[in-house]
Design a protein around this ligand. Structure first.
Ligand code: PLP
Length: 393
């Protein structure tokens, strides 16, 4: 009989089950919206990144349909061969204008944008100085680049300085942070890091995945929020979260973007977006410029919900954004809280190690501009009841 060379995977899965960390994928049976149906249950959805409700916005939907009718369903090639359509170029032009940078390149996802860019810009001889909580796509990009990785404690610019002081002045260095940290909802130390980058001659890079559409004027991101225009060399944004569709982009100088056209491996070796995706993203830019009130509504909802959780006595960490974690400690406890909330009609995903530290498991909540006050109050009432039932508050 053939031995099973993948047998160790089942052992790993059994171990997850024993620890209460085994997850079934929740299945969305309706649109991605604030109140929806998941696993046959109507729930208030506090787990999407659909900050502005653009996944179902009529202008994006119509743009995608029109592009599909006019241009078909696929691009048929990678960008560097036959897969650059004029709609891709138009999106890059519009995003560059929006971000107030010379140029933009669009990738298939934010993950591809981060990983592809870091790996392309750095090589073995270089160093990357990275916040310890930076996103997995940055970490993977660093690994792929084969540069030396130096990690500094979360948001600790003084520690980043010490690392930079220990490095040879002539060595190429990338200083990198998330704009908004996806598990804690706090902001990166962008102003302090920009100052360090200037002092030590580093390339400065920010991943604004969760800041795109959320922070800055019309949702331009943390560079705009902190008034750092011109001081960040590489800005990554995502089109998959607040922008409602799919994709990632890099905004920066013309030279950076042309270099990435030649060297970023996801750009070179993976097919470009279908026209519908590019068209939806273009419509998303229009909406952010013409309907900024949806961003105001997002923030009103975020403030209301965060204040409600805090008033109930939950530990919400240091969140400064519409992402509010409810930190409970042990992984199995977070999963239990999430499961009980779900039974009560509130979907807030439990998150445990290795996504967050072992003792910092949590239920992560994200409100959107499209939640009604009644929906948010309903969720708070359920958090109160289940939190008390499990002895968390
Ligand atoms: C901080 C951060 N960066 C990048 C990404 C990747 O973005 P995308 O979903 O567009 O691949 C994510 C998404 O999970 C994220 O949270």
């Amino acid at each position: 009989m053939r031995r099973d060379p993948l047998g160790f995977l089942s052992t790993e899965l059994d171990s997850l089950k024993q620890q209460g960390l085994y997850r079934h994928l929740r299945i969305l049976e309706d649109e991605q919206k604030a109140k929806t149906t998941i696993d046959h249950r109507q729930v208030v959805n506090l787990s999407s990144n659909n900050y502005l409700g653009l996944t179902t916005h009529p202008r994006l939907r119509e743009a995608a349909l029109e592009a599909t009718r006019r241009l078909g369903v696929g691009s048929g090639s990678v960008r560097t061969i036959a897969g650059t359509m004029d709609i891709h170029m138009e999106l890059e032009r519009r995003l560059a204008e929006f971000k107030r940078t010379e140029a933009v390149v669009v990738f298939q996802s934010g993950f591809a944008a981060n990983a592809g860019t870091v790996a392309a810009v750095l090589s073995k001889e270089d160093v990357v100085v990275s916040d310890e909580l930076n996103h997995a796509s940055i970490i993977d990009g660093c690994r792929l680049s084969r540069a030396t990785i130096k990690v500094f404690p979360h948001k600790d610019a003084a520690a980043a300085r010490k690392v930079l002081e220990s490095l040879p002045a002539a060595q190429r260095k990338l200083l990198i942070t998330d704009g908004v940290f996806s598990m804690d909802g706090d902001l990166g130390a962008l102003p302090e890091l920009c100052a360090l980058a200037e002092e030590f001659g580093c390339i400065m890079m920010v991943d604004d995945a969760h800041a795109s559409g959320v922070f800055g004027k019309n949702g331009r991101g943390t560079v705009d929020h902190f008034g750092m225009h011109g001081r960040v060399d590489i800005q990554v944004g995502t089109l998959s979260k607040a922008m409602g569709a799919l994709g990632g982009y890099v905004a920066g100088s013309k030279a950076l973007i042309e270099f990435l056209y030649h060297r970023a491996r996801p750009f070179l070796f993976s097919t470009s977006h279908p026209p519908a995706v590019a068209a939806a993203c273009l419509a998303a830019v229009d909406v952010m410029l013409e309907e900024p009130q949806i961003i105001d509504r997002l923030w009103e909802n975020a403030r209301f919900f965060k204040a409600g959780l805090n008033a109930l006595g939950f530990n919400t960490g240091l969140s400064e954004s519409p992402i509010t974690p409810v930190i409970v400690g042990e992984g199995a406890r977070a999963m239990k809280l999430s499961d009980r909330l779900f039974e009560e009609g509130v979907f807030a995903q439990g998150i445990a190690f290795p996504t967050v530290a072992r003792d910092k498991a949590r239920v992560r909540t994200i409100v959107t501009s499209t939640h009604t006050r009644d929906e948010l109050q309903y969720a708070l009432d359920k958090f109160a009841a289940v939190g008390r039932e499990l002895g968390i508050i």
